[in-house]
Write a protein that binds this ligand. Structure first.
Ligand SMILES: C[S@@+](CC[C@H](N)C(=O)[O-])C[C@H]1O[C@@H](n2cnc3c(N)ncnc32)[C@H](O)[C@@H]1O
Length: 258
């Protein structure tokens, strides 16, 4: 499904790096995402239920969507009119349907960011998103994932198995914000330093403070994502803290082999 900042296109490639470089092929090692969004990375991490997974996001409709999907929910096979879209926008109660309408029928996958009118010449957006979600559902519904609404700052790492690998895909610095409010990037990196003391933590971003090292990078163009509509290719990175790099690869190792 189109989702602002979603890893639909590069999620599989990212998951390969996590599985091979960080988990070294261990298909049972626990995995956690504090910013799970539309499951663009998570869907490739589940190992058909072998791996215990934990998924969080602050956006309540998203979490309702994934929790309902785990209970057998499917998106409706019918068009969503502008009137219905406006009704769901007003609805106070978070729900899977509100998530599907709010993200799946809006421009740029931005939550209620503007209704996309159906173009008679091509498949309507809601239908493309429905089919896209249907392709993700088997990976999620058949997996061992616990979805819970939470602010990443409230997560207590001692509640997860010690060896849990954590992948953070937060709102990027200097990009359009999410419906859940503003994001303090300095506070985020400070917490990443703290978490990295006990866990292998990987962060998806385009830039990071100097004590974080890039273990993977790839150019990506996502002009809709940037306030200045800059169409230049940006570099997407996976960062780890230098202490995690030392733990994983040894102090004397270079990261070129990664
Ligand atoms: C870049 S998106 C994640 C995309 C996801 N990896 C995917 O492929 O769909 C960032 C996510 O962070 C969530 N978010 C923003 N602030 C948050 C917070 N304080 N705690 C937890 N989640 C938050 C947003 O709701 C959004 O789903």
């Amino acid at each position: 499904m189109y989702f602002m900042g979603g890893k639909k296109v590069i999620g599989k490639e990212i998951s390969k790096v996590i599985k091979e470089v960080i988990m070294q092929g261990d298909t049972h090692r626990p995995y956690m995402e504090p910013f799970v969004g539309m499951c663009g990375i998570m869907l490739h991490m589940t190992e058909a239920g072998q791996r215990p997974c934990f998924a969080f996001d602050l956006q309540p409709d998203l979490i309702a969507l994934w929790q309902d999907i785990c209970q057998g929910w499917h998106p409706p096979q019918k068009a969503i009119s502008k009137a219905e879209y406006d009704q769901w926008r007003q609805e106070a109660q978070p729900s899977s349907m509100r998530a599907f309408v709010g993200y799946g029928c809006s421009y740029s996958g931005k939550f209620f960011g503007g209704y996309i009118k159906a173009n008679s010449k091509e498949t309507p957006r809601w239908e493309k998103n429905r089919l896209s979600l249907e392709r993700v559902i088997p990976h999620i519904a058949g997996a061992d994932i616990r979805f819970q609404q939470a602010d990443y700052r409230d997560l207590d790492l001692s509640q997860f198995p010690r060896e849990t690998v954590i992948v953070c895909d937060p709102p990027y610095f200097q990009t359009t914000g999410f419906s859940v409010g503003s994001f303090d990037h300095q506070e985020f990196w400070n917490l990443m330093r703290e978490w990295s003391r006990t866990n292998d933590v990987i962060i998806c971003e385009q830039q990071a403070p100097e004590d974080f090292v890039s273990i993977w990078q790839r150019p990506i163009t996502r002009n809709m994502h940037f306030k200045d509509h800059n169409q230049q290719a940006k570099m997407e990175h996976l960062f780890i803290h230098e202490s995690v790099a030392d733990r994983l690869f040894g102090e004397s190792s270079t990261l070129e082999a990664v």
